[in-house]
Write a protein that binds this ligand. Structure first.
Ligand SMILES: Cc1cc2nc3c(=O)[nH]c(=O)nc-3n(C[C@H](O)[C@H](O)[C@H](O)COP(=O)(O)OP(=O)(O)OC[C@H]3O[C@@H](n4cnc5c(N)ncnc54)[C@H](O)[C@@H]3O)c2cc1C
Length: 371
C-alpha cells in the first residue's frame, strides 16, 4: 500500500513540498493530498481582506542573497537559497519556463549601513568567499555607481523574480498532473488531518502530515507576523533593486514579468495587524524608489509611477528562524513542520521542500528525522 501523505497548505512552501514528494525517488510509494483553506488564484481576483492570511499572493517575490554572518548565522538559509536558485534556473530553462512565471535578471543592492559581513566580502578580495561562493554574476559596485552619497556599499548579481500567483498556479498544475490530489478544507491542528473526512476515493488512512501552514496552528510562541505594505505599479523594471536605508527602512523593486508590472516596496512591521494600506506610506515608497532608481521612468514620458493597486501582506515570521522539523505526536502520528519563512518563503522554498522530502523519507525508513 502506498503511504498517504497530507500536505496542509497551498502557499509556496506546501506546493513546492507536495510537488517534490511526487518527484522524489520514493514517489511510487506515495500518494499525496494537498489540503488547504486557500489556493492560488489570479492575482487580479484575490480578495485582499478575505485572504490576508494567505501570504504567498502578496509576496514580491524575488531572491535577494543574504550573507551568513562570521559566526555562521544564516548558513542553512543560504544553502536553501542556492538550492532554490538552481531549481528556478532549471524550471525557467524548460520549455514551459514562461508558464512558470519566472524571470532571471540582475539584482542590484545599495546599502547605507552595511553589516560586517558585507565589509568582509571586500576584505576577501576577488574571491568573494563564503556567501558569494555559488552565486552567479556577483560584482561589488564602485562608488561612482551608487545613486547618492548616503549609500556606502553596493553589489549586483544574477537572480530571479517570480510572479507569485502565476508561479504557484504552475506548481499546483504540475502537482495535479503527477497524480496529486487537492482538497479545500480547514483543520484546527495537524492532528485533525489524520482524521479528515476525505471524499472521492481518497483513503481515510493518513501516514504522515506536512505542516506548511505559514504560521503553524497557534501553538508556537515564537511565531509572529510582519506586516508588509507594497504597491504594484504598471511600469516594468530592468532589475530587482534593493536599498537598505540608514533608518532601518527598505526601498525595493520586484519586477513581476509577464505583464504583471513591478512591485515597489516596502515596509517591515512586526506585529502590525492592520490589513488596510496607507496612502501616505504608498506615496513615500514610490517617491523613494524613483529617487534611488530613476531609470524606471526613463523613456516613459511620465514623472510618476502608475499605481495599479496597494498590497498588504503578513509575513509568517518566527523568532529563531523557520521551523523545519519532524515531530511524532501521541499515537505515533508523524508531522513534518515547514513554516515560519518570514520574508523569504519564495527564495528558500526548494531548499525547504528538499528538507521535507528527506524528513518524510527518513521517517518511513525508520531513521532519525534530522534535516
Ligand atoms: C509584502 C511582502 C513581500 C514579500 N516579498 C518576498 C520576496 O521578495 N521573496 C520571498 O522569498 N518572500 C517574500 N515574501 C514572503 C513570502 O511571501 C512568504 O514567506 C511566503 O509566501 C510564505 O509561504 P507559506 O507557504 O509558508 O505560507 P502561505 O502562503 O501563507 O500559505 C499557507 C497555506 O496554509 C493554508 N492554511 C493555513 N492554516 C490552515 C488551516 N488551519 N487549515 C488548512 N489550511 C491552512 C493556507 O490556506 C495556505 O494555503 C513577502 C511577503 C510579503 C507580505
Amino acid at each position: 500500500m502506498p503511504k498517504h501523505i497530507v500536505v496542509i497548505g497551498a502557499g509556496v512552501i506546501g506546493l513546492s513540498s507536495a510537488l517534490l514528494l511526487l518527484q522524489s525517488e520514493e514517489s511510487a510509494n506515495y500518494t499525496v493530498t494537498l489540503l488547504a483553506r486557500d489556493f492560488p488564484a489570479p492575482f487580479e481576483t484575490i480578495d485582499p481582506l478575505a485572504h490576508i492570511n494567505y501570504t504567498s499572493p502578496w509576496g514580491g517575490a524575488h531572491n535577494r542573497w543574504v550573507p551568513p554572518t562570521a559566526s555562521g548565522e544564516g548558513t542553512r538559509e543560504h544553502a536553501f537559497a542556492l538550492a532554490t536558485f538552481a531549481r528556478m534556473r532549471a524550471l525557467a530553462d524548460e520549455a514551459p519556463g514562461a508558464a512558470a512565471g519566472i524571470t532571471f535578471m540582475k539584482g542590484v543592492e545599495y546599502l547605507e549601513n552595511p553589516g560586517a559581513e558585507y565589509a568582509a566580502l571586500e576584505a576577501e578580495g576577488g574571491e568573494y568567499a563564503r556567501w558569494a561562493l555559488g552565486m552567479e554574476g556577483f560584482r561589488i559596485l564602485g562608488r561612482e555607481e551608487f545613486p547618492d552619497e548616503r549609500v556606502k556599499w553596493g553589489c549586483e548579481y544574477d537572480t530571479w523574480c517570480v510572479n507569485p500567483m502565476v508561479y504557484c498556479a504552475f506548481l499546483l498544475r504540475r502537482f495535479v498532473l503527477l497524480g496529486g490530489r487537492v482538497v479545500r478544507g480547514e483543520v484546527r491542528g495537524a492532528v485533525e488531518a489524520f482524521s479528515f473526512p476525505f471524499k472521492d476515493g481518497i483513503g481515510e488512512k493518513v501516514d504522515a502530515v506536512v505542516n506548511a501552514t505559514g504560521v503553524g496552528f497557534g501553538d508556537d510562541e515564537n511565531v509572529f507576523i510582519t506586516r508588509g505594505q507594497t504597491c504594484l505599479v504598471a511600469e516594468p523594471c530592468d532589475a530587482t533593486v534593493t536599498r537598505q536605508n540608514a533608518d532601518g527602512s527598505w526601498t525595493f523593486s520586484v519586477p513581476r514579468g509577464f505583464d504583471g508590472g513591478t512591485v515597489i516596496g516596502g515596509t517591515k512591521e512586526p506585529d502590525n495587524w492592520d490589513a488596510r494600506p496607507s496612502a501616505e506610506v504608498r506615496e513615500q515608497l514610490l517617491e523613494r524608489f524613483v529617487a534611488t532608481y530613476p531609470k524606471i521612468l526613463e523613456g516613459t514620458g511620465r514623472e510618476k509611477l502608475t499605481v495599479v493597486r496597494d498590497i498588504v501582506g503578513r509575513r509568517p515570521t518566527r523568532k529563531g528562524g523557520l521551523r523545519l522539523e519532524g515531530e511524532v505526536l501521541p499515537g505515533g502520528r508523524f508531522v513534518m513542520h515547514a513554516y515560519g519563512l518570514g520574508g523569504r518563503g519564495f527564495e528558500l522554498s526548494w531548499g525547504v521542500a528538499e528538507g521535507v522530502v528527506e524528513g518524510v523519507r527518513k521517517y518511513f525508513a525508520g531513521e532519525e528525522v534530522k534535516v
